[in-house]
Design a protein around this ligand. Sequence first.
Ligand SMILES: Cc1cc2nc3c(=O)[nH]c(=O)nc-3n(C[C@H](O)[C@H](O)[C@H](O)COP(=O)(O)O)c2cc1C
Length: 166
Amino acid sequence: MKEIFIRRSIRNYSEKRIENEKIDKLLRAAMQAPSAANQRPWEFIVVKDKNMLNKLSKTHAYSKMINNCAVCLVLSGNLKRMVFPEFWQQDMSAAAQNVLLEATHLGLGAVWIGVAPIEDRMEYLREILKLDVNIQPFCLIPLGYPENSENLFLDRYDSKRVRYIK
Ligand SMILES: Cc1cc2nc3c(=O)[nH]c(=O)nc-3n(C[C@H](O)[C@H](O)[C@H](O)COP(=O)(O)O)c2cc1C
């Protein structure tokens, strides 16, 4: 699949707004992800409000680009939905990767901003977003039309990392 190979972390975005149809497609892609026992622990917050984007950009030292994105998705796990809580972060990772690949497919730029399991980052998001106690913030994904950067193939294949048993 082309998108797997050209996806890059995009941290510079144009002023252009993202169409609501595209946001809907990103959320649908996220919710198609596999999850342990099909528990689908995810919850999503779609942030467009400039004031909240500014607060999200202060989550940690490497989240500043959120201040300039068009939309930021907050991906969280809901403890109440977890049948196998030990797998929730793996479930959320699959959903996050789906968002990144769909964004690439739609001509958007995006980057995965790590939150869980770092407790102070999670706590900051719980506070500013007034999250319910059951909601575990997992990652942030700022999105926008790329500016001064693009999704481009970079060959990372390393045959030394592969062992065949024939
Ligand atoms: C778990 C995780 C956390 C990450 N956190 C950040 C982050 O906080 N800020 C950031 O700018 N990029 C973050 N990234 C993006 C990585 O820096 C990026 O994927 C890596 O450098 C490879 O570049 P590429 O995505 O363009 O292939 C994160 C990626 C992952 C998978």
